[in-house]
Design a protein around this ligand. Structure first.
Ligand SMILES: [Zn+2]
Length: 89
């Protein structure tokens, strides 16, 4: 389990869900400790975020097929895998 600094504020699920729209449009590397902390502590929100990311990838494929490279997809998958693995240790 990841140990977070005590200065990282906890947010509740309502706040998290409000953030998800922004998260799916930004680089997972820049989500920040607040988001990572909530995902680590709240599996339902992690699942929700994964579903939104999956949906975004699918929509990009449908409307913007040429823009999304294999590397883009791999990056999203890697980010999710990293978050998942963070849960287990
Ligand atoms: Zn939550």
């Amino acid at each position: 389990m990841t140990v977070y600094d005590n200065t990282v504020p906890a947010i509740d699920c309502v706040d998290f869900v409000r953030l998800v729209d922004d998260l799916v449009d930004s680089d997972p590397q820049q989500w920040g400790a607040i988001v990572a902390k909530h995902l680590d502590e709240c599996p339902p929100c992690l699942v929700y975020l994964q579903q939104m990311l999956d949906l975004k990838v699918l929509l990009n494929h449908v409307f913007d097929g040429d823009k999304l490279s294999e590397d883009d997809i791999a990056g999203v998958v890697n980010a999710i895998t990293t978050l998942r693995n963070g849960h287990e240790s």
